[in-house]
Design a binder for this molecule. Structure first.
Ligand code: CMC
Length: 429
């Protein structure tokens, strides 16, 4: 029994359950033996009060608007480091020394190419396929190309699979984009840094020189840092659940990408931009705010609210700054969407409904405007999120696989269907 414990009374029976304490954050009541001791399950659809695992990677204090990776605040990582440094930190737990960083960058760069046969795999898709549909398939298909890194019991293979995905997911993402616009795939260029290489694969064409804009490259790199991990969110929990059965890591990350696609999760950046375009003018904002508050209207302000943050999303502040930097660099002075966004944020933050429900702009509110200004179509927004989140999924997957107490994730249920009844032959029904 741990030092702390909590009593639970059920049907006249009281059981003492251990309470676990983390480094920071709320204690958890360990209910692992509850069923054995009382015959009852707990019920928490949506996991609003349930910790699904122990993790030492990312910490969020939603009330205070804090996000830490391995203890380091997100704003410090976004301001001072680059995306691959955050990747290293998430995977290994410490910031790299200069030589560790150089070695890590080199190893990622040497894995950027995909098997040439993958290019043929893309040909099977319609040109108008949503790039997220292509990503789910292409990342899952990596397991068919890299058999030598699918044995999850081999530590070396786990690490190779991890490096392969961090390096190859951007290549596949750029290929998914090129395919939908009918342009030739652009091979990775290992002389470029991670994010510049991604921009080059997306926007270069064989007939012209493509010059990387360092301001845009830095901004996208920062967007990647902001999206790198977010503890046990829906897609990460999906990756963990898929991985708990022993599935190979490529399949697990494909499952995470599928989950990310939904508008309540990674699809929100695409949905937020579409919403801003639909509102179109600041005069129409009150109409949309009214819709969002109407209980009988399913409409929600996309890019607002968060399951965990009940304060300003710390990523949103950095995203807002990055958005202004990108628009200034590109000379976009009067972007109508930005005008709507700024005014919508102002109105929502002073509206009683949003204040009372603690609905603040989240990271996706400004990311769409920024990515659009950079030249990405809305259908690519969630793909960019997937590129960044790949490292978080992998770090969380590795942590789970390397935990000696790990077992298959298998929730229980509250059954509300028919009770036992006898089969009735077809003619007698
Ligand atoms: N607009 C209007 N009302 C909202 C909104 C919104 N965006 N979000 C929540 N509410 C209301 C909701 O109707 C509910 O009201 P009531 O208590 O009267 O029924 C209350 O606030 C609590 O909402 P909930 O759905 O119970 O909260 P949740 O924690 O389950 O949902 C959320 C979190 C992010 C799914 C939700 O806020 C939402 O749908 N937001 C819009 C989509 C979005 O921007 N998602 C991106 C999340 S950040 C990126 C990521 O991590 O993937």
């Amino acid at each position: 029994m741990s030092a702390k414990s909590g009593n639970v009374s059920l049907g006249g029976k009281t059981v003492e359950l251990p309470v676990k304490t983390g480094t920071i954050g709320p204690d958890v009541l360990d209910i692992g033996k509850l069923y054995a001791q009382t015959g009852a399950f707990t019920y928490d659809p949506g996991f609003t009060s349930t910790a699904s695992c122990e993790s030492a990677i990312t910490y969020i204090d939603g009330d205070e608007g804090v996000l830490l990776h391995r203890g380091y605040p997100i704003d410090q990582l976004a301001e001072h480091g680059d995306f691959l440094e955050t990747c290293y930190l998430l995977l290994y737990g410490e910031l790299p020394t200069p030589s560790q960083k150089a070695d890590f960058d080199y190893r990622v760069q040497r894995h950027t190419m995909v098997h040439e046969q993958m290019a043929r795999f893309f040909q099977g898709f319609r040109r108008d396929a949503h790039p997220m549909a292509v990503m789910v398939a292409a990342v899952g298909a990596l397991a068919a190309f890299y058999h030598d890194s699918t044995d999850i019991t081999d530590e070396k293979q786990r690490m190779i699979a991890s490096m392969r995905m961090i390096a190859k997911v951007p290549t596949l993402a750029a290929m998914a984009y090129k395919y939908t616009i009918g342009q030739p795939f652009v091979y990775p260029k290992n002389s470029l840094d991670y994010t510049s290489n991604f921009l080059n694969m997306c926007f270069a064409v064989p007939c012209e020189e493509y010059k990387i804009n360092p301001v845009l490259s830095r901004a996208l790199d920062r967007i990647f840092i902001l999206h790198a991990d977010h503890e046990q969110n829906a897609s990460t929990s999906t990756v963990r659940l898929a991985g708990s059965s022993g599935a190979n890591p490529f399949a697990c990350i494909a499952a995470g990408i599928a989950c990310l696609w939904g508008p309540a999760h990674g699809g929100a950046n695409e949905a937020a931009l579409k919403m801003l375009a639909e509102i179109g003018h600041i005069d129409r904002i009150p109409e949309y705010v009214k819709k969002a508050k109407d209980k009988n209207d399913p409409f929600r302000l996309m890019g607002f609210g968060h399951r965990v943050y009940k304060n300003y999303d710390p990523r949103a502040k950095i995203m807002q700054k990055t958005c202004h930097e990108v628009l200034a660099e590109l000379g976009v002075k009067d972007d109508p969407l930005l005008e709507v966004a700024v005014e919508l944020e102002r109105i929502a933050l002073s509206d009683e409904y949003f204040i009372e429900k603690k609905l603040y702009p989240n990271v996706d509110f400004y990311s769409g405007i920024t990515l659009k200004a950079m030249g990405f179509p809305t259908s690519m927004f969630t793909v960019l999120f997937a590129v960044a989140r790949t490292v978080g999924w992998i770090a969380q997957w590795k942590e789970m696989i390397e935990d000696p107490t790990q077992k298959i994730g298998r929730p229980r249920q509250l059954y509300t269907g028919a009770a036992l009844r006898d089969y009735v032959p077809t003619g007698k029904r």
